[in-house]
Design a protein around this ligand. Structure first.
Ligand SMILES: Cc1cc2nc3c(=O)[nH]c(=O)nc-3n(C[C@H](O)[C@H](O)[C@H](O)COP(=O)(O)OP(=O)(O)OC[C@H]3O[C@@H](n4cnc5c(N)ncnc54)[C@H](O)[C@@H]3O)c2cc1C
Length: 298
């Protein structure tokens, strides 16, 4: 049985207190949120922090509230809270859908949105949905704060632009234009407790219910070192009238936009085939919701 190595642990009650601790620890400390990723890695010995700074008791990091017509989600909101939130479900159903297929109920009750982003796993469930929604992340350090697009946050498997000493505090989702719809689908070996073999999130905006596509976002997961845009698929969609043929063309282009690997969970060719299927299906649902305005914001 793998045991946790020894470490010191603090539970600050405010963000300034947490940031001061991290700054003093100078890279020897790590933030812990739900611990569903970090504690597993510490048991495996792949990370060895001497000090853990928990966000559990830090006030104000769990709220889900309105922000300039969009939504701001505290980084310590759990995946369950996001999946079950009426506000998220009505404004951003794509995000609610991606949250509801992460792990199992037990994992969702502990795992946080901030942890899911900062782990920077190529197959993480929330980043593709958040990227198609145009999310921004708020990063706070002891002496400086910055708010940056999530698109561009990831630099490789397990790496991102966050610096040691910084805490991801909020995720900000701008309001979406009218006639916008979206979808997220993940494929795994099992219905639950499975990291994606391939996943896709799509969002379409029409100029009017029977109009042309004015904005198209297609983001793929588990088929490249980070979540990536299917850029040629997006380009092929913009300015066009939606149809099943157009979506099939975009899906075929998306296959060429990714660079999947073969591993124990799936072969590269299988993953490419799945990308085709997932992109077609998510685009069709995104279009139907955009046309019917069923998806609220997206
Ligand atoms: C059985 C099992 C099944 C899983 N299934 C899935 C799945 O289907 N899909 C999926 O995407 N993931 C899955 N995961 C991975 C994991 O549960 C998620 O990535 C989860 O969202 C991580 O969040 P956490 O709060 O537990 O992060 P933690 O483990 O606490 O932290 C993860 C990393 O993020 C850093 N961090 C956390 N919060 C912040 C913050 N606010 N600011 C700065 N740094 C921070 C930590 O320092 C650490 O490096 C699974 C894990 C397990 C054990």
């Amino acid at each position: 049985m793998l045991l946790l190595p020894k470490f010191d642990y603090e539970e600050p009650k405010s963000l300034p207190e947490a940031l001061a601790m991290l700054s003093e620890l100078k890279g020897n400390g790590k933030v812990i949120a739900g611990g569903t990723d970090l504690l597993v890695n510490m048991k495996k010995g792949t990370v060895k922090p001497a000090f853990l700074v928990s966000l559990r008791k830090v006030e104000g990091l769990r709220e889900i509230g309105g922000e300039n017509g969009g939504l701001a989600i505290g980084s310590h909101a759990t995946v369950s809270e996001i999946a079950d939130s009426d506000r998220v479900g009505s404004m951003f159903p794509v995000l609610a859908r991606s949250a509801s297929c992460l792990g199992s109920p037990l994992i969702r009750n502990r795992a946080t949105i901030g942890g899911n982003i900062v782990t920077a796993r190529p197959a993480a469930d929330l980043p593709p949905a958040l990227i198609v929604l145009g999310a921004y992340v708020e990063l706070k350090g002891k002496d400086a704060n910055r708010t940056i697009p999530l698109d561009g946050f990831f630099t490789g498997p397990g790496t991102s632009v966050i610096e040691s000493g910084e805490v991801l505090t909020r995720i900000i989702l701008p309001s979406a234009p009218p006639f916008t719809g979206g979808d997220y689908i993940k494929i795994g070996h099992r219905a639950a407790l499975e990291i994606a073999i391939a996943a896709a999130a799509s969002r379409l905006t029409l100029d009017k219910p029977d109009g042309v596509i004015v904005d198209a976002r297609v983001v793929l997961s588990a088929v490249a070192p980070t979540a990536i845009h299917a850029a040629s698929a997006e380009k092929a969609l913009i300015g066009q009238r939606p149809s099943e043929e157009l979506f099939a063309k975009a899906a075929a282009l998306a296959e060429g936009d990714c660079s999947p690997i073969t591993d124990m969970r799936g072969g590269a060719e299988y993953r490419r085939d799945m990308v085709n299927t997932l992109v077609k299906r998510t685009l069709l649902k995104a279009f139907n919701d955009a046309r019917d305005m069923k998806g609220g914001n997206a």
